[in-house]
Design a protein around this ligand. Structure first.
Ligand code: IPE
Ligand code: IPE
Ligand code: MG
Length: 254
């Protein structure tokens, strides 16, 4: 039977269990294509297949939340044709996959700043989220035009607007409901493919105590076996949340 770990800082646990929330930076699409003498965008297309497989794997393992970085605030700096391709691909994936996701009980969430998206893309995002909102299966979050600094700032601004009395003095508990991922526990396991060992402005707040796993595999090559290897590595970690090893072992319940 699958057991889940809590990822809240308040409940430290040993983690012989399946991560409840996995966050992934899907990196390396361009290099994957370049190695095959193909245009970079070919790698992005293949990347969608890897994402589909990862969603299936998470579902099968009992992971409850999968959050993937698809397009960062900084990715607007890429060449115009690559940005347009990525926007078109995002729309196509939403249009082509939402019905199947819904049938599979997936709840889809999109986080990020939507201001620069086309009206059509924004409408599809809204309808995909609404269509799957009541599903009880895996929550798949796609971070698109997302950046953690943007997220923290928008949370502060929304708090100031909605609760001006708290604006002068607020703590973590007052701010976190306004963060984009308020509906999910903090990630237990972070995976970055593509060999870079950096966070690139992804979920800075929520990754405070996440286990960080880096692999040289390029995202289109990331399959169920690679995901399994990351989870196996995660199971070997002792999550202490500031406590001592002895304290953790005395309270471990997983
Ligand atoms: C990640 O792959 C996908 C996006 C950022 C959209 P890259 O496109 O960054 O691939 P590399 O890192 O150049 O190989
Ligand atoms: C991070 O990848 C963002 C996504 C995967 C969407 P990048 O390839 O853009 O990251 P940097 O700029 O090399 O750190
Ligand atoms: Mg990259």
């Amino acid at each position: 039977m699958t057991k889940f770990c809590s990822s809240t800082l308040a409940v430290p646990q040993a983690n012989t269990c399946v991560p409840q929330h996995v966050a992934i930076i899907m990196d390396g699409n361009g290099r994957w294509a370049k190695k095959r003498l193909m245009p970079r965008v070919f790698g992005h297309k293949k990347g969608v297949d890897a994402l589909r497989e990862t969603v299936k794997t998470c579902d099968a393992l009992g992971v409850r939340y999968l959050t993937v970085f698809a397009f960062s605030n900084e990715n607007w700096r890429r060449p115009d044709d690559e940005v347009s391709f990525l926007m078109g691909l995002f729309l196509k994936v939403l249009q082509g996959e939402i019905e199947r996701m819904h049938q599979n009980g997936i709840r889809l969430k999109i986080i990020g700043n939507r201001d620069r998206f086309s009206a059509e893309l924004r409408e599809w995002i809204e309808s995909a989220e609404a269509r799957t909102a009541n599903n009880a299966g895996l929550t798949l979050t796609i971070a698109a035009d997302y950046g953690a600094r943007w997220d923290i700032l928008q949370a502060v601004h929304r708090l100031q607007q909605s609760e001006p009395d708290k604006a002068a003095s607020f703590g973590e508990a007052e701010l976190t409901p306004y963060l984009s991922m308020a509906y999910a526990p903090e990630p237990d396991l972070f995976i970055r493919t593509g060999g870079e060992q950096r966070i690139s402005n992804f979920l800075l707040w929520q990754l405070a105590y996440t286990e960080l796993y880096f692999t040289d595999l390029l995202w289109p090559d990331f399959d169920a076996a690679a995901f399994g290897a990351a989870v196996d590595w995660y199971r070997g970690r002792e999550r202490r949340f500031g406590r001592t090893s002895e304290q953790v072992q005395a309270t471990s319940s997983c």
